[in-house]
Structure formats: structure tokens, C-alpha cells
Design a protein. Structure first.
Lengths: 319, 302
């Protein structure tokens, strides 16, 4: 396993209360595997990603649990140590490529700097490597664009540059947080194909965070569904899509419009995800759940075996 | 009988640098044609959707119809009395300093009377008590319900919906799309639905217009467009959609990107990305014939 997350809990202490944004979640990612993390806004998927790379904004902090990268614990490292690991061992791609690029430096300078920081190469070798990375992510005529600034590029091309930056030091883990959300569908398909190919060829583990189930269906082997800071279902993508086991996943899958579907209405989950300061006791989904019974209100379910997946739902408790 | 008709409507934007720069640096004026000779009709009670990637001019069409821009050329005919618009961002489109009551009542100043606010709120699935609250007390989905209630308060025949669910999560999107379908059925509304999401469009639209670089390249009934897309761009868009059914079909990425609209390619604007382009496509702009603007389709090559 490249990444192992165990009972990770992230809290934000505020004046009134301690808010738990990520509540005791566990998962792991193998080499060459793409794990999709899906959920609606506020479900805690981005916070999970930030906690893993040690970029939680204070007052947010890891309150419990551990994160291991290739067996080594990285959740309690100091800033300096974590900085060395980020970039060298963990590559990160965010939704908006402009947040990852410095507008005052050419993309060539930015790539070279990253390469020189993390790899034992001289300047000429770094330039060579930067050019080959740009070629690999599909930027035509990289020599000609080497001295260009980020604002010279279109959105899709910028995201390619960010991917090249994330891959510069051959990281073992790639965390991609909504990498295609800001892009048009035609460009989206190109970026997804790229991420998929890179995971396969380099044997890196990829954590793909997105709200778009279609992107996950195409890219990931396994998917974790998050709701109110918890993983409610985790399993092979095909099984989670075709036979979801948690009532929330069932509703979520039904609410996605699909081409070629004859239905004129979508399946609807009434209500909304609870706010962090008002998570109900027991199962967090129980007030919206059509299949709720007494135990759901009283006791919080942990992940239980449900077919090939695992679901945090008392319906799957063996009696 | 049509409710709305556009005849060869164009809209230019002057994006030139300031006069002094142009004189000193000898630059010409730069004109961006955001909408280029767009024609269509919308009948009463139907939903016409316009789809396309960012920058294709679909939102400009919506704003032209709403009268927020004047057309540079062409004619827009609206046979109804009132139209309303629903915007993409429910955080930006509601005044944060106003109570919901005042927000919803605003369009009513053009009516004699109007419906009670409470009734309008109930119609969109909110409670009458919500009238006394402020927008920040609501979630994104609830705010979009308020936008819809505000639009309905003006008793419009036509609702222009510019990406009404793009900022929402899928489960909330499902609630809003179902609500919009119910309201259309109950009130006989006509929708012009602008979206980049083909799956959403396939759910709501009766007819679909596909836009590329300011032009409509294909216009057809939804069932036909999704079953038998004719224009190569429409085909590419459909191929590029993520496949949730995972039928094993690998997605064909669309090659290239949308060209700079300040310097659109000569001939057919899609030809640099089109696998069927020939010499004619590179020089001659295709006319919109029988629902599609494509030389290859016209010549029977595809």
C-alpha cells in the first residue's frame, strides 16, 4: 500500500463548539490504483485531501488517527519535513490551475525550480526533464512555450502544466482535487485520459477527489462515498454504481441525469446534508433516509460488509 | 404558435484598447462577435435548450432575449407580455441586505396585485415563514428556489434559465430540475434552458440547439439529437461525456480546443478540430440548412 489512512479525524475548534469535519475515516490506495472520493460539497472530501498533505488551515487540525505514506507516518511531521515530502513524494493538483501557478514566472522557470528542489540534477538536465514532462502531458511544441507565462495558456493547457509540475519529482502519490471541474467537457476527457495513463505507467497511487460520478466511473478502480465527514460506502466502482448498498448512494446515483434515460423525473433525496454543527446522532443520514429504523437513530453504524463493497448502514448488519 | 423568435441575431462587443493606445501603437479596432446570425423559434409550453462549451455565446443569447444587451443586427420578437430570468449563481443573484419577502416582491411592481408571497414560497417547496429571513440563512439549493419564486412572482410566460443548476450538488440539482418540471406542467411555462451539461439537457429539453463560437451548428428535437447527432461537433460532445453505465466504451477525447473568438478560423469555425474537414470547409462558411450547419452533412459525406 502506498497510502494508508486509519481513523483519520479532522476538527475545527471554534468559539462555540468543536466541529468535526472528517470523522474517523479509513482507506488505503495501492500502487497504480486510482481511488475516487466522491461526495457533495461539505462532505469533507477536500479536507481529507488537505489533511493528508499537511495543508490544513488553522484552526483545523488532525485530532485523531494516522496517515502513512509507504509505511512512514506523515501526519505529525513538522512543516519543513512535510514540505520535503510534498512535491517529492506527493504531487497535488487543485481545481483551479491558477492557484498552483505563479503568474510572475514562466512555466519553464517554475518546472525547473521544482525539479531542482527535489531531484539531484543540474540546470541543463532539469531543463531537459521539464521539456519531456511538458511533452508527456500533451503540450504541443514545448520548446516554444517554455518561456511563456501562465496567462498565455488556456485553462486546459494550464491544468496540463500543473499536472507536469505535480509529476516533476516522480511522486508516489498523486492527490487530484476536482482536477477537471473548471474545464469544458472536451478538455475534461483529455485530462482524465492523461491522469489515468500516468497512474498506470508510473505505478503511482492516485486519490481523485470529485463530485462528478461520471469522472470516477471512467478513471477509478475503487470509490469511497463520503457524507457528513464519514465514508458511508467504499468498494469497486462498478459495484457501487450498479448496485449501491447504502441508501444515500442509492439516492445519489438516482439523482444523476443520464443520457438515453427515458424517465422525465430524477430520483430525489429530500432535504440537505446536515451542517457540521448539527450532525444528528446515530447514522448521519437517518433524517433523510427512506429505510430508517430505530437502531439508525440510536447507534452510529461502522463500515459493514455488503456484497463486494462495505457500507456504513445497519441494513447490512448480520442478525 | 411561437412565443419567441430570433431572426439572424448577432451581437458584437468592442474589445479594442483605448483610443490613445490605438493611435500610438497603430492598432486596429478589435471586434468580438459573440453571437453570429442566430435564428430560432420557441413555441409556447416547450423547453428549448442551448448547449455549448464556455465562450460559445449561449449566455449572450440569453441576455439578448432578456434585453440586457441590444442586438447588433437581426430581430428578436417576443409575443408574450413578460419574461423572467434565473441565473446560475444563487449567491450572487439575491440581494444579501433584503429579506426574502422584499426580494420576491420586486418583480410585482409591474403587476396590479400579484400572488401572496407565502403562496409563491410554498409553490417552490419553501415555507411561508421563510419570507422574513435573509438569503444567507439558506443553502444553495434553497436560494435557487427563492430565485425561482422571484421569477414566478412576475407571472412570466417565458423563463430564461442560464445554467440554473450548475452551481448545485447533484442531489440538490435533482430537486430543482424536478421542481422546474412540475412548475412547467402546472403553469404552462415556456423555458429557454442554457446549459453546458448534455445529460441535464437530455432530461429537460424538447428541442436542443448546439452552439459553437457564436453560431448554432445543429438544432433538433432532443430525442433525435441524442440518438442521431449529425454535426461532427455534436458527435464529439456526446462522445466526450463520461459514461456512467460503464459499457466499456472508452471515451474519445475531443482533439484540440475552442479557437480564440477574436480570430475565428476562416470557413467553418469547427474545421481545425473536425475529422471530416476538407478544402471547402476551410474557406466557405456552411449555411444552416435543415437543422445543421455542416458541408459534410450537406454533401452526404457523413
Amino acid at each position: 500500500m502506498i497510502l494508508e489512512v486509519k481513523d483519520l479525524t479532522v476538527q475545527f475548534p471554534t468559539r462555540r463548539a468543536v466541529l468535526t469535519a472528517v470523522d474517523s475515516i479509513s482507506f488505503s490506495i495501492a500502487p497504480g490504483e486510482v481511488l475516487g472520493v466522491v461526495g457533495e460539497s461539505g462532505a469533507g472530501k477536500s479536507i481529507t485531501g488537505l489533511a493528508i498533505i499537511g495543508l490544513l488551515e488553522p484552526p483545523g487540525r488532525i485530532a485523531a488517527g494516522e496517515v502513512r505514506l509507504e509505511g512512514q507516518r506523515i501526519d505529525h511531521l513538522r512543516h519543513e519535513e512535510m514540505r520535503r515530502i510534498r512535491g517529492r513524494k506527493i504531487g497535488v493538483i487543485f481545481q483551479d490551475p491558477l492557484t498552483s501557478l505563479n503568474p510572475l514566472y514562466t512555466i519553464g522557470q517554475q518546472l525547473e525550480e521544482t525539479i531542482l528542489t527535489h531531484l539531484p540534477l543540474n540546470k541543463a538536465q532539469a531543463r531537459e526533464r521539464a521539456l519531456s514532462l511538458l511533452r508527456e502531458v500533451g503540450i504541443p511544441a514545448p520548446e516554444a512555450r517554455y518561456g511563456a507565462y501562465p496567462h498565455h495558456f488556456s485553462g486546459g493547457m494550464r491544468q496540463r502544466v500543473v499536472i507536469a509540475l505535480a509529476l516533476a519529482a516522480e511522486p508516489r502519490l498523486l492527490i487530484a482535487d476536482e482536477p477537471t471541474t473548471a474545464l469544458d467537457v472536451s478538455i475534461q476527457a483529455q485530462i482524465i485520459a492523461l491522469i489515468k495513463r500516468l497512474a498506470g505507467e508510473r505505478g503511482a497511487a492516485v486519490m481523485l477527489i470529485t463530485h462528478d460520478m461520471g469522472v470516477i466511473a471512467e478513471t477509478a478502480q475503487r470509490v469511497a462515498v463520503m457524507y457528513a465527514g464519514r465514508v458511508v460506502e467504499i468498494g469497486p466502482v462498478r459495484d457501487v454504481i450498479h448496485s449501491p448498498q447504502h441508501p444515500y448512494t442509492v439516492g445519489l446515483m438516482g439523482s444523476i441525469p443520464r443520457l438515453g434515460s427515458q424517465a422525465k423525473r430524477l430520483v430525489q433525496i429530500d432535504g440537505a446534508m446536515p451542517r457540521l454543527n448539527a450532525i444528528p446522532p446515530g447514522c448521519a443520514f437517518n433524517p433523510r433516509c427512506p429505510r430508517r429504523f430505530e437502531r439508525c437513530v440510536a447507534e452510529r453504524p461502522h463500515l459493514l460488509s455488503a456484497g463486494t463493497s462495505r457500507a456504513a448502514c445497519w441494513l447490512h448488519a448480520s442478525s | 404558435m411561437h412565443l419567441l423568435k430570433l431572426e439572424s441575431v448577432s451581437r458584437d462587443f468592442d474589445v479594442s484598447r483605448p483610443w490613445l493606445n490605438r493611435v500610438i501603437e497603430r492598432e486596429p479596432r478589435r471586434i468580438l462577435r459573440a453571437v453570429d446570425r442566430v435564428s430560432f423559434e420557441v413555441s409556447k409550453g416547450e423547453t428549448l435548450a442551448l448547449v455549448g462549451e464556455s465562450g460559445c455565446g449561449k449566455s449572450t443569447v440569453a441576455r439578448l432575449i432578456a434585453g440586457l444587451y441590444a442586438p447588433s443586427e437581426g430581430r428578436i420578437e417576443f409575443l408574450g407580455r413578460r419574461l423572467q430570468m434565473i441565473f446560475q449563481d444563487p449567491y450572487a443573484s439575491l440581494n444579501p441586505r433584503w429579506r426574502v419577502r422584499k426580494i420576491i416582491a420586486e418583480p410585482m411592481m409591474f403587476l396590479d396585485g400579484g400572488k401572496p408571497i407565502g403562496e409563491l414560497l410554498v409553490q417552490v417547496g419553501l415555507s411561508p415563514d421563510d419570507a422574513e429571513r435573509y438569503p444567507h440563512e439558506f443553502s444553495g439549493g434553497q436560494r435557487q428556489r427563492i430565485s425561482i419564486a422571484r421569477a414566478l412572482a412576475g407571472e412570466p410566460e417565458l423563463l430564461i434559465c442560464d445554467e440554473p443548476t450548475s452551481a448545485l450538488d447533484v442531489s440538490v440539482q435533482a430537486q430543482i430540475l424536478n421542481l422546474m418540471a412540475d412548475l412547467q406542467e402546472r403553469l404552462g411555462l415556456t423555458y429557454l434552458f442554457i446549459s453546458h451539461n448534455l445529460a441535464v439537457v437530455s432530461l429537460v429539453a424538447d428541442r436542443v440547439g448546439v452552439m459553437y463560437l457564436g453560431r448554432i451548428v445543429e438544432l433538433a428535437p432532443a430525442a433525435q439529437l441524442f440518438a442521431k447527432p449529425r454535426h461532427p461537433y455534436t458527435r464529439m460532445l456526446l462522445d466526450a461525456l463520461p459514461d456512467l453505465g460503464m459499457t466499456g466504451k472508452s471515451r474519445t477525447p475531443v482533439a484540440g480546443e475552442v479557437p480564440n473568438p477574436l480570430a475565428p478560423p476562416a470557413g467553418c469555425p469547427f474545421h481545425p478540430r473536425c475529422p471530416h474537414a476538407n478544402d471547402r470547409c476551410r474557406v466557405e462558411t456552411p449555411k444552416f440548412l435543415n437543422g445543421v450547419a455542416c458541408h459534410a452533412v450537406d454533401e452526404g459525406r457523413i
